[in-house]
Design a protein around this ligand. Structure first.
Ligand code: HEC
Ligand code: HEC
Ligand code: HEC
Ligand code: HEC
Length: 299
């Protein structure tokens, strides 16, 4: 066979393979598999085999809380509000604090119905993507990175704006509140202005809107050269708390010898300092809890 024919035949095969791969993936997107598995689990739990072949569809809610974008996380996280999925693996498991195991009642999460709140208002991430890697994988988002575990507490302040009141009690956001105590104890306000904490220091940058900066906005004006972990805003901040002079050589910000947990608390706190104009949360999503009267009465 002539070399040209070989090449031609080879190209033909590659094209067919590529085309087949592409066709397979458009017909079988990743979320199909997650949803199919969910329905199979549901069928078993309900002892109703018909459920296993429920039609697959994208679950999305339009939310005024995320600048009128669709939030599609529940396409895969389908068991998120279903008590039967309490012990199921991710992404099917029921949300933490949805139930109050001890008191056999509901947890505080039910006050934020998923159909009205979606997920990104607390977790950020890419709301419209339908692939794990794109929605919350190890890709560097230019907008907002997914918040996992206690870091999600940095979003509570978008709506619970009284939480910074003196002596406010907000036990559901323990890490955040511990961060606020630490901020006072370490005297951070001597150098930093933070409206939320009523401080007016000027030796360091203002922190009031820190939590509303996008990854891109942060990336453009920060040096990541000395950051060891992923190049994200939270990681920069966390490592900077552990050792300010390592991340910003020559800084006057002292090394407070913080533990990893204390660095988590402060990172959660500064990320909770939102710019309300940027967040633009509609009035009917705001909460008066914790009550400011209770907070001032015990001053
Ligand atoms: C294509 C399916 C899919 C979509 C869409 C999706 N997830 Fe997930 N999610 C998963 C899977 C699978 C896991 C478990 C494995 C992992 O962490 O990657 C998971 C895990 C998680 C975790 C736990 C991570 C951890 O490290 O413990 C959180 C939080 C989460 N998802 C939030 C979200 C939010 C918020 C959205 C929407 C912005 C979303 N997910 C959209 C499939 C999905
Ligand atoms: C009101 C804020 C809020 C909303 C809305 C919310 N979450 Fe969460 N979520 C949290 C907090 C806070 C935690 C951490 C709880 C803990 O560790 O005690 C969490 C934990 C999780 C976890 C367990 C892994 C982890 O990060 O600790 C998953 C998975 C998750 N959320 C997915 C979702 C999905 C999917 C939605 C939308 C259907 C959603 N969440 C909506 C606040 C929220
Ligand atoms: C998008 C707005 C929004 C976000 C973000 C939000 N909440 Fe809420 N939350 C509400 C609203 C509205 C209520 C309803 C009760 C009310 O009006 O006070 C509520 C109720 C609650 C309650 C019950 C209060 C009571 O009166 O018993 C708790 C506890 C709570 N939220 C904790 C949290 C925590 C912790 C976070 C962060 C992980 C959070 N919320 C994030 C809007 C929000
Ligand atoms: C002696 C003054 C001083 C004290 C005290 C201080 N800082 Fe700083 N801080 C600075 C200076 C100066 C910078 C800017 C240079 C740098 O990156 O370190 C900075 C940077 C920061 C940044 C990064 C801001 C950004 O996006 O560039 C945060 C967040 C921060 N400090 C929080 C804190 C917290 C929380 C405390 C208390 C535990 C604290 N600082 C105590 C002076 C101070």
């Amino acid at each position: 066979m002539d070399i040209k024919n070989v090449l031609f035949a080879f190209a033909g095969v590659s094209m067919a393979v590529l085309f087949g791969y592409h066709a397979y993936h458009s017909a079988n997107p990743e979320w199909h598999e997650y949803q199919r598995t969910y329905y199979e689990m549901l069928a078993e739990k309900m002892s109703d085999p018909k459920l296993a072949s429920a039609p697959l569809k994208i679950d999305q809610v339009w939310l005024p809380t995320v600048n009128n974008r669709a939030d599609r996380c529940m396409t895969c996280h389908k068991g998120i509000g279903n008590p039967l999925f309490k012990d199921a693996p991710q992404p099917y498991t029921t949300h933490p604090n949805f139930f109050d195991e001890e008191n056999k009642g509901t947890g505080y999460m039910v006050q934020h119905p998923f159909a009205k709140y979606g997920c990104t208002v607390c977790h950020e991430g890419e709301p419209q993507a339908l692939q794990v890697e794109k929605t919350h994988g190890d890709v560097h988002h230019l907008d907002r990175e997914l918040l996992v575990g206690s870091f999600a507490q940095s979003s509570c302040s978008k709506c619970h704006q009284n939480l910074y009141a003196k002596k406010a009690e907000f036990p559901e956001a323990e890490t955040l509140m511990a961060g606020a105590k630490l901020f006072k104890r370490k005297g951070c306000g001597a150098c930093h202005t933070a409206k939320q904490m009523r401080t007016k220091g000027t030796a360091g940058p203002e922190l009031s809107g820190w939590g509303s900066k996008t990854e891109l906005a942060f990336y453009l004006v920060h040096n990541f050269e000395h950051v060891e972990g992923q190049h994200t805003k939270l990681q920069w901040e966390w490592e900077h708390f552990i050792d300010p002079a390592k991340i910003t050589p020559g800084t006057i910000m002292p090394n407070f010898r913080l533990s990893d947990e204390e660095a988590n608390q402060l990172t959660t706190l500064v990320s909770s300092f939102k710019d309300d104009a940027k967040e633009a949360i509609p009035m009917n999503y705001l909460s008066s809890y914790p009550e400011p009267e209770a907070a001032t009465a015990s001053k």
